[in-house]
Ligand binder design. Sequence first.
Ligand code: GAL
Length: 431
Amino acid sequence: MRHRNGWTLFSLLALVALILAACGAQPPSGAQPTQPAAAPTAGGKLEMFSWWTAGGEADGLNAMYDLYKQANPGVEVINATVAGGAGTNAKAVLSTRLTGGDPPDSFQLHAGLEVEKYEPQKYLQPLDDLYAAEGLETVFPRDLLTLLKYQDHYWGVPVNIHRANVMWYNKQIFADNNLTPPTTWEEFYAVGDALKARGIVPLVIGTKEGWEAGHTFETILISTLGADGYRGLWTGQTRWTDPKVTQALETFKKVMTYANTDYAALTWSDAAQYLVDGKGAMHIMGDWTDGWFTSKGYTGYGWAPVPGTRGVFDALSDSFAAAKGAPDQANLMAWLKLAASKEGQEAFNPKKGSICARTDCDPALFNPYLQSAMKDWSTDAIVPSVAHGAAAVEKWATVYKDILNTFATTGDVAAAQQALQQACVDNGVCK
Ligand code: GAL
């Protein structure tokens, strides 16, 4: 099933969110209307919280800060970051700050069910009035808007769209060994065997932060289940006991036999560095890697969909949320308006390694990889990433990531599948 520029599956997920809410996860309403967006004050601060510290992502954020400072010269911008890919460390710190009454003004939040973790009715400002005042419902894709709506309110302004199912490769290694990037897992094993025979590590991976194995595995699930089957895992329509989930675990286990042995000591960007250094041939990671490569001045990389996932775009979106009780309301609203604007998104995304959430950015500002992502986004079947907040509530996503992180080392297929099924049951989606 293909969706032209549509996030139809995300609509389904929004429905799941509504069901969860109706089941009592949150009180059904009670949010206060947003204050009308105020004009920026001449002074004060803007504290923006994220986990963007690596090359590319930090550069994108800085490009937006520069624009913000030009427009609001009297405002002190505080760049609050907690390093750790996928928000591994940042999310816990943020929760503590919100519940402890010490919120930053704005913070990074994945579009989708991740918002449930932060008890939005209690700790976040609904942004419906900002959306109305700025006409934001006309500039973002409809199904992204649906994904952003939780308990009938918008809680974040989306700045980008990332793709998770990308296989990056070192072009020189492939050319030198007369190989072509694999499009199926069988081809991957053949390429991997050829590389191994020549003493080259076929796949570089880092699992140090605990989320990367889950990231890799969701792309393998897509390859064995297809777009609809994968979506169904998060809505109860596909069973975690399905033989195709077993097949995905077996595949991941075999894929790990082609990986660097020091994977548990490396982060995603350490692993990407191995590719840059010619110490490995392929790397499965989201397209923030494109921003990271660009920040390193590295141009020797090629890209392809993860084997078996051509025609599917495993998607996530970063948004910026507004904390309730944010100290500097006017400065905060000016920030969110910038994040939503064409100018802000065109400054941010080419550096970040993502495409705009808006539909009107100029493709000429983006490199060939990102232009290919824009094209795929408009034609591929779109599925939601679980490792990056779109597909499931945070407590489910966390258990999922933990199971896969353990599995990367133990390779116990039956135990992992049983635990994945149990996690679905525990979250009320499977019986
Ligand atoms: C994702 C996030 C991306 C990027 C990546 C690596 O969760 O959405 O923007 O930061 O983690 O940290």
